[in-house]
Design a protein around this ligand. Structure first.
Ligand SMILES: *Cc1c(COP(=O)(O)O)cnc(C)c1O
Length: 291
C-alpha cells in the first residue's frame, strides 16, 4: 500500500461551508483500493506480518455477514499467499448470502458459519485455545482486527493528519482505530468517535482500557447518530448520503461514514466546534458494503 498519495480533501466549499471560519476536510482512506480500503489495511498490516513471521499458512478471523473486516482480511491474505478462514456469526443459507460474504469467497476465504451462542465466546481464552487446536496452522485475528497489532497499525494513520489539525472525527466499530490514533496524535488534538450503534457509548470504557494513562484524555465517543442501530437506515440518512455525494463528489458508506458526516454537519450547525478549528474527518472506507 502506498500511503503517500492519500489525499486530504477540503469540504469547505458549497454545502459544508460555514461562517465560523471552521475548515473541514476528509482524509480519503477509501481511495487506497476497492476492497482493501479505509482503516482495514492499517489495522491488518501487523497481524499479517506476524502470521508470516510465525510461518502460519492461514489467518482465521471473525465477522458478521456485512463485515468489511472479513473482506479486507480475505483480500489481503490472498495477496500475501495466505489462506483465510472466516467464522461467520449466525447460520445463513447460501441462497441469502450477502454481497460481502460472496466477495469473501471470491478472495478465497473459507466461510464457517457459527451459531450466535458459540460466536459470543469469540474472545474467551478457552474457546480460542480450542479453535487453535482445530486450526493449528492459523494465526487468529480478533473480530474487527481489535488487537494490539491492530492498534499499532491504525496509529500509522496519524502520519497522514497535518499538525494544524484541531479535531479528528471518525466512525467507531471496535474502537481499534480510535485507540491507535489517540496514542499517536499530539495530545492537543481532540478526537470525536461516532458510534453507528445504539448505546455505543459503552465503547468509551473499552477504548479507555487500551490507552496509556497519559493518552486517556481529549477524546470522546458519541452515540447520538446511530439512526436506529447498526446497519439501520432512515430516509433522512439516505437523503443525506445522496446530498453529500452530489455536493462533495464522492460517496460515503451507509453503515459508518454517512452517520459520522451527518453528525459532523449537525454539530457544525449547532455551533459545537470553536471558531477557526481545523477538522479532519476520516473516510474509513466500507464502500463495498453499499453494493
Ligand atoms: C471497520 C470500520 C470501522 C470501524 O473501525 P474500528 O477500528 O473497529 O473502530 C469504521 N468505518 C468503516 C467504514 C469500517 O469498515
Amino acid at each position: 500500500m502506498d500511503n503517500t498519495n492519500i489525499p486530504l480533501q477540503s469540504l469547505d466549499r458549497g454545502w459544508f461551508h460555514n461562517r465560523q471560519g471552521i475548515s473541514v476536510s476528509m482524509l480519503r482512506l477509501d481511495l487506497t483500493d476497492a476492497v482493501i480500503s479505509g482503516n482495514k489495511p492499517f489495522k491488518l498490516k501487523y497481524s499479517l506480518q506476524e502470521a508470516q513471521r510465525l510461518g502460519c499458512k492461514q489467518v482465521l478471523t471473525f465477522g458478521g455477514a456485512y463485515s468489511n473486516h472479513l473482506v479486507a482480511t480475505a483480500a489481503m491474505a490472498q495477496r500475501q499467499g495466505l489462506q483465510s478462514i472466516g467464522l461467520i456469526r449466525g447460520l445463513q443459507s447460501a441462497a441469502q448470502e450477502t454481497h460481502t460474504l460472496q466477495q469473501c469467497r471470491a478472495f478465497g476465504m473459507q466461510l464457517q458459519p457459527v451459531d450466535r451462542e458459540a460466536y459470543s465466546h469469540k474472545t474467551d481464552p478457552a474457546f480460542l485455545a480450542q479453535l487453535q487446536q482445530q486450526y493449528p496452522d492459523a494465526f487468529i485475528i480478533p473480530e474487527g482486527g481489535a488487537s494490539a497489532l491492530g492498534r499499532q497499525g491504525a496509529a500509522e494513520i496519524a502520519q497522514l493528519i497535518p499538525d494544524s489539525t484541531t479535531t479528528v472525527c471518525l466512525s467507531v466499530g471496535t474502537g481499534t482505530t480510535l485507540a491507535g490514533l489517540r496514542e499517536a496524535l499530539l495530545a492537543n488534538v481532540s478526537i470525536i468517535g461516532f458510534a453507528p450503534i445504539k448505546g455505543g457509548a459503552y465503547l468509551i470504557n473499552e477504548v479507555a482500557a487500551f490507552l496509556s494513562p497519559n493518552a486517556n484524555a481529549n477524546w470522546t465517543i458519541t452515540d447520538a447518530y446511530h439512526f436506529g442501530g447498526f446497519g439501520k437506515m432512515t430516509e433522512e440518512l439516505t437523503y443525506f448520503m445522496q446530498e453529500f455525494e452530489q455536493n462533495c463528489g464522492f460517496a460515503l458508506d451507509r453503515v459508518y461514514t454517512a452517520k459520522m458526516m451527518y453528525g459532523v454537519r449537525q454539530m457544525l450547525q449547532l455551533g459545537r466546534f470553536a471558531q477557526g478549528e481545523n477538522i479532519v474527518c476520516i473516510h474509513t472506507g466500507g464502500l463495498q458494503g453499499n453494493g
